[in-house]
Design a protein around this ligand. Structure first.
Ligand SMILES: [Zn+2]
Length: 452
């Protein structure tokens, strides 16, 4: 090597630097109001720099220059929020684009068939198809026989352990248990899940919420088991849960039989246990109005294909359940108690994550999460707290540190809104565009491409 070689190399490097602007590949979002997901007040005149699918910087317009060569996007008058996370979904392949069009960039799937669920997760997470990033439990673990044919029914502790092992091997992100799991099955199941470091999400039927929380479950889905925990004698509830619909009916009407003191005590005890609650108020709300035929023709139903029975087949559920007008009236009486529970749990410092239960009857993938945000605010959360429940808190539940917050180093999943949801939560529905993994997507163009 000649003595001049280092100097020539340096000159070449400097030349390359001069050709490639420092902002190449950077997207600069200028002048919007920022709600970062942390729960802090909205920040006006924000500058958000995105590079290679991640947030590079979040600052005030006056505090930093946009690097030369960056793609500048003016978002003045608009509000930027983190990509929304649906913390309780049953993800079907047709729905993938719907989530993105509604600003939902991550889903926490609670039950999917072993083959199709993991395949869908791979397609979504490798960005082979447009849709949200997906976390999944794989098939539910239930008592025997299982409520659903495609779940796994376990009769003894050894089977419960084996079902957990199978999910660990298959790559499940967590475990989801269902209504027929008993305390005797939960113990070995929790022990095995603890060994494998898998969180357990619980839709309870035969265990009260407080007992499940103390056994270490990470989350209580639909506020299941709360009525049992608040009732002096829950044995009849546990018996009813031998049959899924009978148990569901009794638990849903049970809310209306609770007094406010019992709800407050149970909410405080659950908050102390550190368990998270995914209330799915929208699922309770729709259940209480299932006999209202106008819900089938409301505008958001246009997003649901004609053949999507999971959302559209209300008649089938009404027939199977035999629910009468008196049942719906009883369900509606319980709604105020459910709202009170959410309010007390929040006040006691409990972690609430927003989930929709889509695509269950009348719950439209993507749109139903916005219904949930409105219902959380009606129940007593502030709009910022509701947004936190669908961003930072949901990410905490997923143990996904890179999601749910707009800060340097986090994933560039965000939603640009035409209005400001801090003053009116309904503004989350008015979406200008969505960014997923640093890529800008327009809802209208997604809608044009999906099957009707
Ligand atoms: Zn569900």
């Amino acid at each position: 090597m000649t003595p001049h070689a280092p100097r020539i190399a340096l000159a070449v490097v400097l030349l390359l630097c001069a050709c490639k602007p420092p902002g190449e590949g950077v997207i600069a979002l200028e002048g919007g109001t920022l709600i970062d997901g942390s729960g802090t007040a909205p920040a006006a005149d924000a500058l958000v720099l995105v590079e290679q699918g991640h947030i590079r910087a979040v600052t005030h317009m006056s505090e930093a220059d946009v690097p030369r060569g960056a793609q500048v996007v003016n978002v003045a008058g608009k509000t930027i929020i983190p990509g929304l996370i649906d913390a309780h979904a049953h993800v079907e392949r047709w729905a993938a684009g719907r989530y993105i069009a509604w600003g939902v960039t991550t889903v926490r799937d609670m039950h999917s068939r072993a083959d199709s669920g993991f395949a869908l997760r791979n397609d979504l997470n490798l960005a082979a198809i447009l849709g949200p990033r997906m976390f999944t439990a794989g098939p539910l673990i239930d008592g025997a026989p299982p409520t659903y044919k495609d779940a796994t029914g376990v009769a003894v502790g050894a089977e419960a352990r084996k079902a957990v092992d199978q999910r660990a091997v298959a790559g499940a992100d967590y475990i989801a248990i269902y209504t027929r799991i008993t305390p005797a099955l939960l113990r070995p199941l929790m022990d095995e899940a603890g060994t494998l470091r898998l969180a357990v999400a619980a839709h309870l039927g035969k265990i009260d919420a407080l007992a499940a929380a103390r056994a270490g479950v990470a989350s209580i889905e639909h506020m299941s088991g709360v009525v049992e925990a608040a009732s002096p004698n829950p044995a009849s509830y546990y018996r009813a849960h031998d049959r899924f619909l009978a148990g569901w009916t009794m638990e849903e009407t049970g809310w209306g039989r609770l007094d406010s003191g019992a709800i407050a005590r149970t909410a405080r005890a659950l908050a102390r246990s550190r368990v998270a609650i995914v209330p799915t108020l929208v699922q309770h709300e729709m259940l209480s109005r299932l006999n209202d035929p106008t819900l089938l023709t409301r505008p958001t139903m246009a997003d649901v294909p004609r053949w999507a029975a999971s959302v559209r087949d209300v008649a089938g559920l009404l027939k199977r359940s035999g629910w009468r007008p008196a049942d719906f009236a009883a369900f509606r009486r319980g709604r105020a108690r459910q709202d009170q529970f959410v309010r007390e749990f929040k006040r006691a410092g409990g972690l609430i994550a927003a989930g929709s239960d889509a695509a269950s009857p009348l719950l439209v993938p993507g749109a139903a999460l916005h219904d949930e945000l409105e219902l959380l605010v009606s129940a007593g959360l502030t709009p910022l707290e509701a947004i936190g429940a669908a961003t930072r808190q949901a990410a905490q539940l997923l143990r996904a540190d890179s999601l749910g917050l707009l800060a340097p180093g986090k994933v560039a999943d965000l939603v640009v809104l035409n209005g400001n949801p801090a003053t009116d939560i309904a503004a989350t529905r008015d979406i200008a565009w969505v960014m997923t993994r640093g890529r800008i997507v327009y809802p209208d163009s997604v809608r044009r491409g999906w099957p009707k």
